[in-house]
Design a protein around this ligand. Structure first.
Ligand code: GAP
Length: 434
């Protein structure tokens, strides 16, 4: 919608229990966010939709879940110890820190005008120590990407599952980066979740699969309801490429603060497998049965952010429409993403028979759908509340229901109402939600 502000989403998220600022009662910890009851459902649904699309519906991708803590050598091999840094400058007066690339004037603080320090490299990995003794060997990092967990398990996967090229590994998990300038709500944080695929191909096929994955991933967002005009592709210029990449295309979303990266699809070449072979001393080459050759496959990597997707889906779904003299706020989330599918609402809560029937219907629907019961307000208010959290269908139980065993079903998007027999309720919902 036009004139959209991020504040509207932040406020809705807090008001309705999607996302709260972290450590709230202690005044908050800057740029940390906690997912509340609706937020966790939405986030889980995003992850489930991704897993379904890239693992369950395909024959060529296997899922896995590696640890956050890995051997420190992993990050030497990957190049992160040497190359994963931002250049930063500090203000000598107000002590604020800035990414050098973001500064128009590299010598003056953009906030207070104070003098800036020389630009210095700042490694983005969080360091910690493992075990009771703090020596060289106890150094570990919180992983800055989930990808490496898949590369270091390449041999285990080959030995246990014997996949043939091309094949992929998929993983969802937390990653940590000590970002110099986090911000824009859950867009850039220091703790976040990634959904990554490492797709191993014959080197000669790398360009073709790179194009293929750019399209596949672009369409995934469209299929889950993101408006086409809010999505675009941006190929990287040579100088912006990460140290491991030969090519990269960002899938960008038109956020309220401008076009920004939602996901990157990169051609990582054979960089990672070669590096890990060299650093671990293990031969990570693939043996091709047909040609009897050993070689390092190339890797095409679609790497998306769970939290960024959640934000894009929220922004894209947010709508305000005039209904009589009122403004209706509605989250038009895709049916697979909506946190709650059905709400059962008794029209009169002072009629025990109605309440009893509504609760019975809720219990029955809960066996099949994510369904809630709510009787904490007048019906108009209950509808508005469910619209704001994106609930797809509201089932209203009224006096008439006691006699004709029928209920009213209201569609979130059209507000159209149907009268349906209680016996046929599951069938009605199944047709629309499956
Ligand atoms: N393995 C490749 C890789 O990590 P990346 O472009 O640095 O590539 C991939 O990150 C995705 O992870 C991004 O497109 C974004 O969605 C998400 N991401 C990266 N840094 C993030 C941060 N600080 N906060 C939230 N999401 C982030």
């Amino acid at each position: 919608m036009a004139g959209f502000e991020l504040d509207k989403i932040v406020s809705l998220c807090k008001r309705r229990g999607f996302i709260f600022s972290g450590s709230d009662i202690y005044g908050g910890l800057a740029n940390t966010w906690d997912y509340g009851p609706y937020g966790v459902e939405l986030k889980n649904n995003v992850k489930a939709a991704w897993w379904k699309a890239v693992v369950y519906r395909r024959e060529d991708i296997l899922g896995m879940d590696a640890g956050i803590l890995m051997h420190a050598k992993v990050w030497e091999a990957s190049g992160h110890v040497k190359s994963f840094f931002d250049l930063k400058s500090d203000c000598k007066s107000c002590k604020k820190r800035f990414k050098t690339v973001d500064l128009k004037d590299k010598s003056r603080c953009p906030e207070c005008g104070g003098e800036l320090t020389e630009s210095r490299p700042f490694n983005l990995m969080f360091e910690t120590r493992q075990g009771p003794i703090e020596d060289e060997g106890s150094l570990v990092y919180l992983r800055p990407e989930t990808a490496q967990g898949m590369f270091v398990n390449f041999l285990n996967i080959l030995d246990s599952r014997h996949p043939k090229l091309p094949f992929g590994l998929a993983q969802i998990g937390k990653a940590f980066r000590n970002e110099v300038t986090p911000g824009n709500f859950i867009f850039r944080t220091r703790e976040f979740e990634q959904m990554e695929i490492e797709y191993f191909v014959y080197p000669k096929d790398a360009d073709r699969y790179y194009e293929y994955w750019v399209n596949e991933r672009f369409n995934w967002y469209l299929n889950l309801g993101i408006k086409k005009e809010n999505l675009r592709l941006r190929p990287h210029a040579k100088e912006e490429l990460a140290h491991y990449a030969l090519a990269c295309t960002d899938i960008e979303y038109k956020f309220p603060f401008g076009w920004s990266e939602l996901e990157g699809v990169a051609n990582r070449t054979d960089f990672d497998l070669r590096q890990h072979s060299e650093f671990s001393g293990k031969d990570l080459r693939y043996f091709d049965d047909a040609t009897k050759e050993r070689f390092y496959p190339y890797i095409i990597e679609p790497s998306g952010g769970v939290d960024r997707s959640v934000l894009a889906f929220l922004v894209d779904a947010y709508d305000e429409e005039k209904v009589k003299d009122d403004i209706r706020v509605v989250l038009r989330l895709h049916k697979d993403l909506a946190p709650t599918k059905v709400a059962v609402l008794p029209l009169l809560k002072n009629r025990p028979e109605i309440v009893e029937l509504a609760k019975k219907i809720t219990q029955d629907l809960k066996k099949t759908f994510v369904c809630v019961y709510d009787d904490t307000g007048a019906i108009g208010k209950l509808y508005r509340r469910q619209d704001e959290v994106g609930t797809l269908y509201c089932v209203t139980v009224d006096v008439q229901s006691l006699e004709d065993r029928q209920v009213t079903i209201r569609d979130r998007d059209t507000m159209k109402q149907d009268r349906v027999s209680i016996d046929k309720l599951k069938e009605y919902l199944n047709e629309r939600l499956r």
